[in-house]
Design a protein around this ligand. Structure first.
Ligand code: C5P
Length: 226
């Protein structure tokens, strides 16, 4: 097993109302992405990190750490991941750990757990959390409740997601990288008939999506550092 990490970081962060994409927002004078890279590089199994970025955004990041290389990101998250997977495959990596650039607070024990399970299970493994809120379904464009969705056995998918690289590339290509339901790597694997394993995640492993998330992330990061 030769494990590479793939970090899709080519998003534009349109929901953040900020001039720069969320992964480059500064937290205590360092870009959010640098915390994510540091979190991933705590796992000794990760031999190399491929970060998918927009070529122009690359300039926002002054110096990449050792063992990190950049690849040009794509128009969708899946295309950015695919670019990283292809670069890793070309360098002889057998397995990939895909992790959102926007999740800097990944706890070490969760990281080690998903690596262990994703590299020993043929079907791969993803970090996820049991749904804790009650779920309501509405109709498109309507704020009226149509039904309550039973939350038993429902999980929220997070990252990291760990798979063997070859079947993952094939699965993304087979589903089509612009398929609207291809929102994580596991969905492509499921579409191809695999049954990836769920690994218990953490409520700290939030994805920075809206400006108010930054405060919470800063709090968790301070906790980790001190
Ligand atoms: O937009 P969303 O929060 O789902 O993005 C998840 C991750 O995918 C982010 O880290 C973002 O930078 C990345 N992404 C990408 N290429 C795109 C769109 C999103 O690498 N074209």
């Amino acid at each position: 097993i030769k494990l590479a990490a793939i970090i899709p970081a080519a998003g534009t962060g349109s929901r953040m109302q900020s001039e720069q994409p969320k992964q480059f927002i500064k937290i205590q004078s360092k870009p959010l992405l640098s915390y994510t890279l540091a979190a991933i590089q705590r796992a000794p199994q990760v031999q190399r990190v491929f970060v998918a970025v927009n070529p122009q955004a690359s300039a926002l990041y002054p110096s990449w750490p050792a063992q990190v290389e950049t690849v040009a990101g794509g128009a969708s998250r899946a295309e950015s991941v695919l670019a990283g997977l292809q670069a890793a495959a070309a360098q002889g990596f057998s397995h990939a750990l895909v992790h959102d650039a926007a999740r800097p607070c990944l706890p070490l024990e969760v990281l080690l757990d998903v690596i262990e399970q994703g590299t020993t299970q043929a079907q791969g493994a993803i970090v996820a959390l049991p749904v804790r809120d009650t779920l309501k379904r509405s109709a498109m464009g309507s704020p009226v409740i149509q039904s309550t969705v039973p939350r038993a056995y429902l999980w929220q998918a997070q990252t990291p997601q760990v798979f063997a690289i070859e079947p993952l590339i094939d699965a993304i290509n087979a589903m089509g990288s612009t398929h609207p339901e291809l929102t994580d790597e596991a969905s492509a694997m499921e579409h191809a008939g695999y049954q990836p394993r769920l690994v218990m995640g953490s409520y700290k492993n939030i994805k920075v999506t809206f400006p108010e998330d930054i405060e919470l992330v800063s709090y968790y990061l301070k906790e980790e550092i001190t």
